[in-house]
Design a protein around this ligand. Structure first.
Ligand code: 0R9
Length: 638
């Protein structure tokens, strides 16, 4: 292939993209690969925002290419001042888009907003088909360079007649650039669904020809309110306690839309966007929303008498206890900062958000007092738990963690954190049995032997020098933090569930308590995120004279069983996990299909702290009382 002068300048133009692809699409991993689709998709969404495109389709094709098609005006194909079709300039020049933009042209923007020329540069082949002015125009490229030769002043070849208008782009990602050229369909699907929620008048079709599934159509006329509802529906634990509230408005050209609802969960889930870009790192719109919301709730709480005279106001976190929210703003010239350029920086958004939210919420709450009262009640609960936590943290600083023995982690085979779980198993023999009985692919076992020492204050350094604690921290892979420190990173957690498997007796209670306080002190986010569980092994195995043996998990269930079977059955009481063989341990405690787990929440931590005070404190009487009242729970060895 020979190049003329304009080709060379074109190649030089896109050269930086091929030299440093990570700069333009984030990385050369599958994330960067998917980003190619998003760059092209964003151009079609821009055309929708400009008011000309109603439907977009995204296809992952069998030959490894991806196609994005929209029904907008079509990329202009007339000659640009440089003497080549506008489409070609767009596809071969970095940042070319701006030169053609008319004043109404809004940008959805990608990670760095450089668009289709980047995709072109990083593709082995790219085909652009534009339907416009009654014709279909076609252009083609290889690794960013045009393969259709055009003389200066010449238009693109026409391949047929067009009844409608639109743009269709198909590209084959360059396998010498990307680590993989297999798109991650599930992430693309999620992105399309999200885009449909943010653009209620848009219809997006997803065709994944690779797996032969039916095309999926995303059209979400309820917009961000529907987004909130879908987030709540995804969380099986979340029980809704308010309807979804939407506040919208516009100030100084900044459009604001917010939807939220409350569920019976702790903490909040606030998802934010600016000009269709997911602002993962938050920014001025999120700050404005959080402070504006807290201000309104505190004002009402004082008016209604929930907060009196000198009472401290609710914190922002208190007021969002149980909230799921989606924020979407659009700004004529957004600025993004932060590590991944996903933090909105425009200060005018904060004040616009606060004023629109203030009047919108007042309008709504004045007419929906029940909803307001529910939110205030949730804030009151949060404030109570927060105060307990503050006490707890001071108490915990005085406690010592000590484990004996150094259990070895038996790793699982899979590296997919979403499917893996770790059992922290108390006791040497139970640890061994669990290693035999487990599902090796997805279950890891960390045996520990615990003993609580009732001693004087211990420094953090010493606690973390403890081998057993180190092995827990190392196994989980997400670091640790003191309280809310920065070393901890939950995204690095290697497991979807951390399961404490301890005997159902006082000793087991001790070790569980100890682990809870350890997690709370050094990895509290694991508790907030609901990653921590306690296995609930059965207390009894019963076998009627005729019939199958059954496991019984508590005394109430045993009483029921007695009612049904009289005394005509054999009963085995489990004193500890170590008494079960590997099949029994699998069936009763480890098999996801049959086991019973209890998810640990903040109340458990607070209870555990009380228990620790009882068991480790100075006073003998409450300790004795606890032990006596729990003596029925099997072997006492305190
Ligand atoms: C399949 C992916 N779609 C696109 O990449 C796409 C870009 C695009 C577009 C315009 C319309 N549809 C598009 N789809 C457009 C047309 C006009 C003005 N602005 C935008 C017009 O007809 O006047 N363009 C994006 C950038 C450009 N066009 C431009 F810079 F070439 F104008």
């Amino acid at each position: 292939m020979s190049y003329n002068a304009s080709d060379i300048s074109v190649l030089e133009g896109l050269d930086p993209v091929r030299k440093r692809p990570g700069m333009y699409v984030g990385s050369t991993s599958v994330k960067g690969l998917n980003h190619l689709v998003y760059e092209i998709l964003d151009n079609s969404v821009d055309e929708h925002l400009a008011g000309y495109c109603n439907s977009i389709s995204v296809s992952l094709n069998k030959d490894g290419s991806a196609t994005v098609e929209d029904d907008g005006r079509g990329i202009p194909v007339d000659l640009h001042e440089k003497g080549y079709p506008a489409e070609r300039i767009i596809m071969t020049t970095l940042h070319a888009g701006g030169k053609f933009d008319n004043t109404n042209y809004k940008t959805a923007g990608g990670l760095h907003g450089v668009g289709s020329s980047v995709v072109n540069a990083l593709s082995n082949k790219m085909i652009v088909e534009v339907s416009r002015d009654g014709q279909v125009w076609r252009d083609e490229y290889a690794k960013g360079a045009p393969t259709v030769k055009l003389k200066k002043g010449e238009l693109l070849p026409v391949t047929g007649k067009a009844k409608k208008t639109g743009t269709k782009i198909t590209f084959w990602p360059d396998d010498t650039i990307f680590d993989t050229v297999k798109f991650k369909a599930e992430s693309i699907r999620e992105r399309l669904r999200e885009t449909a929620f943010l653009n209620p008048a848009l219809t997006i079709t997803f065709v994944n020809s690779r797996d032969g599934r039916e095309p999926e159509v995303f059209n979400e006329p309820d917009g961000i309110a529907g987004f909130v509802d879908s987030l709540v529906a995804q969380d099986q634990e979340a029980k809704r306690i308010t309807e979804t509230v939407t506040v919208k408005g516009e100030r100084d050209g900044i459009k604001i839309a917010v939807s939220f609802c409350f569920t019976q969960t702790y903490g909040d889930n606030v998802v934010s966007f600016c000009n269709n870009i997911n602002t993962m790192e938050g920014g001025t719109h999120v700050v404005g929303f959080k402070s504006g919301f807290a201000k309104v709730i505190n004002q009402y709480a004082r008016e209604l008498g929930n907060l009196k005279g000198k009472d401290a106001s609710f914190t922002g976190n208190d007021t969002r206890n149980g909230m799921t929210a989606v924020i979407s703003v659009s700004h004529p010239s957004p600025r993004f900062e932060g590590q991944t350029k996903t933090k909105l920086d425009n200060t005018d958004v904060q004040s616009a958000m606060m004023s629109i939210l203030n009047s919108g919420l007042q309008h709504y709450f004045d007419r929906n007092l029940d909803c307001l009262k529910t939110i205030i009640a949730r804030a009151e609960t949060a404030a109570k738990v927060r105060k307990e936590e503050e006490k707890l943290r001071t108490n915990l600083a005085d406690k010592k963690f000590a484990f004996e023995g150094n259990g070895k982690l038996a790793r699982q085979e899979s590296n997919d954190p979403s499917k893996c779980e770790i059992f922290i198993v108390e006791g040497k023999s139970a640890g061994g049995t669990a290693k035999t009985g487990r599902d090796r692919k997805y279950q890891a076992i960390l045996p520990i032997r615990g003993k609580i020492l009732n001693v004087e204050k211990q420094s953090v350094d010493k606690v973390l020098a403890n081998d057993e604690i180190k092995s827990i921290v190392n196994a989980l892979g997400c670091g640790f933090s003191q309280g809310y420190g920065n070393d901890f990173d939950i995204s690095k957690l290697r497991y979807s569930k951390i399961i404490i498997a301890a005997d159902a007796d006082v000793d087991g209670g001790h070790i569980c308590t100890l682990l809870l306080t350890l997690f709370y002190r050094f990895m509290p986010e694991l508790i907030y995120a609901g990653k921590l569980y306690r296995a609930m092994p059965p207390l009894y195995r019963v076998k009627p004279k005729r019939g199958k043996p059954e496991y019984i998990y508590d005394d109430k269930a045993l009483a029921e069983y007695r009612k049904k079977h009289g005394n005509a059955f054999d009963i085995q009481r489990y004193k500890g996990l170590g008494e079960m063989d590997s099949d029994q341990l699998w069936e009763t405690t480890m098999d996801p299909k049959t086991r019973k787990l209890k998810q640990i929440n903040m109340q458990d931590v607070i209870d555990a702290n009380r228990l620790t005070s009882v068991l480790m404190g100075e006073e003998v009487a409450p300790r004795r009382e606890y032990i006596v009242s729990n003596a029925d729970k099997a072997n006492l060895d305190v």
